[in-house]
Design a protein around this ligand. Structure first.
Ligand code: BDP
Length: 679
């Protein structure tokens, strides 16, 4: 068995380059090889396809190892967009069924080169877990980004298609390097104008830049587009005129973007128009679009994030709406389901829709942007959150029906499979605001490529590529990243608490929050239900019975207070303050313990990072250091706000070993941040 090590000529790279860094190079910090190195080896390719040539170019520029032969071989169709890397007759051989497979293999080899030490045995064969690995940008046409925390949109709509920012190519390359092959350019709260011819010309310009990197463009569409753009009297999907409008529009799109991917739709949700406005179902709406896209090979990603202010528990609504439609969707419709049943909380159980529909294609939607995890101020490594959902067993077709298996094509091998995440990318020099938020973009790409990878493996790779390969640095940085998401859960919403955020902007705590006349399901009290007896949402059969939406044995486990995992306890149960937890503490004491632990974790992150000062370039050291300060302060704010507020119900002391509050509840209640919904 050959190992890459055998033929990589190491130019020993010292842990950190003297060069000052601003994070703009992400995990792609390769330096071009010298002429001497370049002349020592060749990189050949058997194709003139632009993507194959790009693979050759990347390796020619950066590869320090032995000669490479790149081959596209259509007989290898089972590799899909993957590749095989082997070694024979003194050279590396890369085989792929499609040109883009060569590009992915090129980035694989460069990753091995840069992560010295992480050595895969040859041959390597990689086949992606999902066919479509897609980012959802919630970018508006005015340049703002809904829930974006890294500056304004990358897409310069007013300049396109004439002026092309160099960042478009950098964006495409970064995505290709981690296997992302698709992007939805605009917000799910979609402006109909994206389908105007003028905008489609701009979309075409972006698609042309992304194409060599194997990235296909998709658009979010507004269901009322025919009415708003062309004055049709309604957008009823059962009317021929409406169907024809979409068919014509789709034809126009494909004329400009021949490899256009399809539509993403948020309909009848949070005020967006949809088929229900005309008494039609989600399936009727989705199918109309699917029929228009079908002749061109396009698909519809129809979102299941639907809920309305009814008396029904919000956590149950998507299931109630969609399960009865399970046989009704065309096979080029994929229902796009948020990982949890509420809304990207720091911790949620998996969405019960996964595995509940046997006939409908399903895909997961994650949120990379940290709407509910401290924006780009808090360090929260999200791979453990993504894995938690993907590895959850739905029991939809018996044991082993994990969310990953329900969605990766195992259930519907003849249809395309997909996985999506809401991007955290903006105009900031470092792309994501927080230097460590880059890791979440990276982790999503890597998991979409191979959902079996472990969070730790991905963290280690990312650290090596983004910083350097010094052992101490890797170990300590991993010690910050790995528990960081759990730390956020601890200081914001432990034990299954959820949605106790400040109204609208979702940054700080507001468990007391209330708006006269506002929707109940947007109010924290709706979720925490704190009273003199206890706290938590009763979702058992004596309450909303959301637990009953899960398959056996999950329904029983979640529905039984003694079996329910404690990290979801208050999601499913209203629990007395004196309830004995597994630790022997009462619920109140346990709550105090978690909030305190969260705060302590942030202090430890600060300390660990400060110790690394001489192991990392100064600009990024300082940038992260200052963000960790904000995080530690915010954690304290969260702890005091939640404990002091819940204490008004339980009327019990905060145990003495726990750090004393430094704020007064009344002062905390006065904090009103003027953060707008948009950036
Ligand atoms: C929520 C966001 C809102 C989005 C909505 C969605 O608060 O801005 O429009 O989800 O996913 O998380 O449609």
């Amino acid at each position: 068995m050959f190992r890459i090590q055998l033929f990589v000529f190491f130019l020993y790279v010292w842990p950190f380059s003297a060069r000052s860094e601003d994070g703009s190079r992400l995990w792609l910090r390769y330096d071009p090889v010298s002429d001497v190195v370049a002349q020592r080896r060749t990189v050949q390719v058997n194709q003139k396809h632009e993507t194959a040539l790009l693979a050759q170019h990347e390796l020619n520029t950066y590869w320090r190892g032995t000669s490479i032969q790149l081959n596209v071989d259509q007989k290898e169709a089972k590799l899909k967009e993957g590749y095989r890397i082997s070694f024979s007759a003194g050279a590396i051989r890369v085989t792929a069924a499609r040109p883009v497979g060569l590009l992915y293999a090129a980035y694989h080899l460069l990753r091995l080169q840069e992560t010295v030490g992480e050595i895969d045995p040859l041959p390597i064969e990689e086949i992606p877990s999902y066919d479509i690995r897609i980012l959802n940008h919630w970018d508006n046409l005015d340049g703002s980004i809904e829930r974006g925390y890294a500056g304004r949109s990358l897409w310069k709509w007013t300049e396109l298609p004439d002026k092309i920012s160099p960042r478009y190519t950098e964006y495409a390359r970064a995505n290709a390097s981690i296997g992302i092959n698709a992007t939805v350019l605009n917000n799910v709260n979609a402006s109909p104008y994206i389908l105007n011819t003028a905008y489609l010309e701009k979309v075409r310009a972006l698609a042309d830049i992304f194409r060599p990197y194997g990235i296909r463009v998709y658009l979010s569409v507004n269901f009322s587009s025919p009415v708003i753009l062309d004055g049709l009297k309604d957008a009823d999907p059962s009317r021929l005129e409406v169907q024809d409008w979409w068919k014509k529009k789709v034809k126009e799109v494909y004329k400009l973007v021949p490899d256009f991917g399809g539509f993403l739709v948020k309909a009848n949700s949070e005020g967006q128009p949809g088929p229900q406005d005309y008494g039609r179902t989600h399936a009727e709406g989705a199918n109309m679009l699917a029929d228009a896209l079908k002749p061109f090979g396009g698909i519809v990603m129809w979102r299941a994030f639907v809920y309305s202010p009814t008396s029904e528990d919000r956590a149950k609504q998507a299931y109630l709406e969609f399960v009865p439609l399970d046989k009704a969707f065309r096979d080029n419709v994929i229902v796009q389901i948020k990982n949890g049943p509420i809304d990207f909380q720091p911790r949620e159980p998996f969405n019960p829709l996964f595995g509940a529909m046997q006939h409908t294609s399903q895909m997961v939607e994650f949120q990379i942007t940290q709407e509910y995890l401290g924006f780009s101020n808090h360090l929260a490594y999200l791979a453990p959150l993504f894995k938690e959902t993907l590895d959850s067993d739905t029991y939809g077709r018996g044991a082993g029906s994990t969310v990953a298996k329900v969605t990766d094509g195992t259930w519907h091998p003849k249809r395309v499979s997909a996985i999506a995440a809401v991007a955290n990318i903006g105009e900031d020099r470092n792309w994501t605001g927080h230097d460590f938020a880059q890791a979440n973009w990276y982790a999503f790409g890597r998991l979409a490529w191979r959902h079996e990878l472990s969070s730790e493996q991905i963290a280690e790779e990312w650290i090596k590529l983004t910083f350097h390969t010094d052992e101490t640095f890797i170990r300590s940085t991993k010690e910050i990243m790995m528990p960081s998401r759990e730390a956020v859960v601890n200081y914001m919403m432990p034990l299954g608490l959820h949605h106790i955020f400040a109204f609208d902007h979702h940054y700080g705590p507001e468990p007391w929050g209330d708006r006269k006349g506002g929707r109940a399901d947007w109010m924290p009290w709706y979720y925490h239900n704190a009273d003199s007896i206890g706290i938590g949402f009763n979702r058992t059969d004596t309450g909303s019975d959301a637990a009953g939406q899960y398959h056996a044995p999950i329904a029983e486990i979640y529905g039984d207070r003694t079996l329910c995992p404690e990290n979801l306890l208050l999601w499913f149960h209203h629990v007395p303050w004196d309830y004995r937890m597994r630790s022997g503490r009462t619920l109140w004491e346990e709550l105090c313990e978690h909030y305190d632990r969260g705060v302590k974790q942030t202090r430890r992150f600060q300390e660990s990072w400060d110790r690394l000062e001489h192991h990392v370039d100064q600009p990024r050291f300082l940038a992260v250091q200052s963000k960790l300060k904000i995080q530690a302060k915010d954690a304290m704010w969260w702890k005091d706000a939640c404990l002091l507020y819940f204490q008004t119900f339980c009327k019990k002391p905060i145990p003495f070993h726990i750090e004393r509050p430094i704020h007064a509840l009344d002062d905390l209640k006065k904090i009103k941040l003027q953060l707008t919904h948009h950036n």
